[in-house]
Write a protein that binds this ligand. Structure first.
Ligand code: AMP
Length: 196
C-alpha cells in the first residue's frame, strides 16, 4: 500500500517523475493540473470555471480543487494507493487533504519533493512553451507561478518535513537517476516510519 505525494516547482520534471513512479509502483497517478487541463480541453463547466486561473498561472480556488480531489480519492482504484501530483499547494489545502484522508481512513506514507533552482526552471519552461504551446508558459506567468510556489507551497513542504514524511531529490540529475532516487527515498521514509 503506497500513498504518496509529489511536490515540486513548475518545470521540475514532477509530471514526468509522477508518471514513471505511478507506473513502477502500480498505483494511479492523480495530477490536479492534468485534471484541470482535461476539463478545459473538454470545455466542461469546471474547465470553463478554471480557465482564467490556469491561463494566468494562479491557483484555482481551493473549494473547486478540493472537491475535485475528494471525488477522485473516493474512487475504487485508489484503495491500494495513489500518487497525488500538484495537490496540496497551500496550507489550507493540506488541512483539507488531512480531512479527506481521515474520512476515508487513510494516511500518507511519504512526500517526495523535487528541487530545481529558479534560473534552470525558467530556461526549461520557456523551452517547453515552444514545444507544447502551453498558455501558462510565458516568462511573466512562469515567474508568477514560481513566486506562488515559494510563498504558498513552501510552507506545505515545511509542514510535511516536520511530520517526518518528506524526502527531497535533486531534479537536475538525469531522469533515470531522479526516479531511482525517488524510489529509494520512498522506501527510506516507509522503513523509518514502520520502525517508529
Ligand atoms: P500544474 O500542471 O500542476 O503545474 O498545474 C497547472 C495549473 O493548474 C496551476 O497553475 C493552477 O492554475 C492549477 N492547479 C493545479 N493544481 C492546483 C491546486 N492544488 N490548487 C489550485 N490550482 C491548481
Amino acid at each position: 500500500m503506497t500513498r504518496l505525494l509529489i511536490i515540486g516547482p513548475p518545470g521540475s520534471g514532477k509530471g514526468t517523475q509522477a508518471h514513471r513512479l505511478s507506473e513502477q509502483l502500480g498505483i494511479p497517478g492523480i495530477s490536479t493540473g492534468d485534471m484541470f487541463r482535461t476539463h478545459l480541453a473538454g470545455q466542461t463547466p469546471l474547465g470553463i470555471e478554471a480557465e482564467e486561473y490556469l491561463d494566468s498561472g494562479n491557483l484555482v480556488p481551493s473549494h473547486i480543487t478540493t472537491a475535485m480531489v475528494q471525488e477522485r480519492l473516493r474512487q475504487q482504484d485508489t484503495k491500494n494507493g495513489f500518487l497525488l501530483d500538484g495537490y496540496p499547494r497551500t496550507l489550507s489545502q493540506l488541512e483539507d487533504l488531512d480531512h479527506i484522508l481521515k474520512s476515508i481512513g487513510h494516511t500518507l506514507d511519504a512526500v517526495l519533493e523535487i528541487t530545481v533552482d529558479e534560473d534552470e526552471i525558467v530556461r526549461r519552461l520557456l523551452l517547453r512553451s515552444r514545444i507544447e504551446g502551453r498558455s501558462d508558459d510565458t516568462e511573466a506567468v512562469i515567474r508568477h507561478r514560481m513566486q506562488l510556489y515559494r510563498e504558498e507551497t513552501g510552507p506545505v513542504v515545511a509542514q510535511y518535513a516536520q511530520r517526518g514524511l518528506l524526502f527531497s531529490v535533486d531534479g537536475t540529475a538525469e531522469v533515470d537517476q531522479v526516479t531511482a532516487g525517488a524510489l529509494k527515498g520512498i522506501e527510506t521514509v516507509r522503513t523509518r516510519r514502520t520502525a517508529l
